[in-house]
Write a protein that binds this ligand. Structure first.
Ligand SMILES: Cc1ncc(COP(=O)(O)O)c(C=O)c1O
Length: 184
């Protein structure tokens, strides 16, 4: 195989493929309705779920063929409730986009709009949870790639548990999968 020169992508988000992955992509076409494709998918999903030790045996991983935006929208469309509300904590473009997706999918939501790059304001989260009693879910981007802000989920989830129990977190881990992150 002719060696292709590598472009290192420096913009946040898209990754540079390794030679091993590039090579795998040239190995031929597989029919997605055949058993070997199903086996491969099952194998990848079972290994993906083990990225977080705590998830194995309790959760399933689902592979989606699409962009990060597609994955986030699929997650929100699947998990944001229809009969209660989701609180979006937005401190960058991708958090704001989550709110827009909820709007398009007609899911009730509130947004805590923070200046881009700021840390999550836990006092505001507490006030919003007290004010809006129909909030059952909180949506947040773990790593706001647009600003480089890594949101402290550990502190946020502990804080919310001490404020209001039974809130479900919907987390976008695009660009940060496998960094230390609580999975409860
Ligand atoms: C946190 C986050 N969310 C969403 C996206 C959107 O991904 P895509 O450009 O593949 O749609 C990115 C892209 O880098 C991202 O970093």
């Amino acid at each position: 195989m002719k060696k292709v020169s590598r472009t290192v992508l420096l913009n946040p988000g898209p990754v540079t493929l390794s030679d091993r992955v590039r090579k795998a992509l040239t190995l031929g076409d597989w029919c997605h309705r055949e058993p070997e494709f199903a086996d491969l998918t099952r194998d990848i999903n079972s290994r993906l779920v083990r990225v977080y030790r705590e998830m194995a045996g309790k959760f399933d991983a689902v592979m989606l063929t699409g962009s990060g935006t597609c994955a986030v929208e699929a997650m929100l469309a699947s998990f944001a409730p229809h009969t209660s509300a989701t609180l979006v904590i937005a401190n960058g473009v991708y958090g704001e986009r989550m709110a827009r997706m909820l709007e398009v999918h007609e899911r009730k939501h509130y947004i805590i709009q923070l200046p881009w790059g700021d840390a999550i304001d836990l006092e505001r989260v507490r006030r919003e949870l007290q004010l809006q009693q129909d909030i059952t879910h909180i949506a947040v981007v773990h790593h706001e790639t647009t600003t480089g802000r890594l949101n402290d989920l550990s502190a946020s989830t502990s804080f919310v548990s001490s404020t209001k129990s039974a809130c479900c977190w919907i987390v976008s881990a695009v660009s940060v999968l496998k960094r230390s992150m609580p999975t409860n």
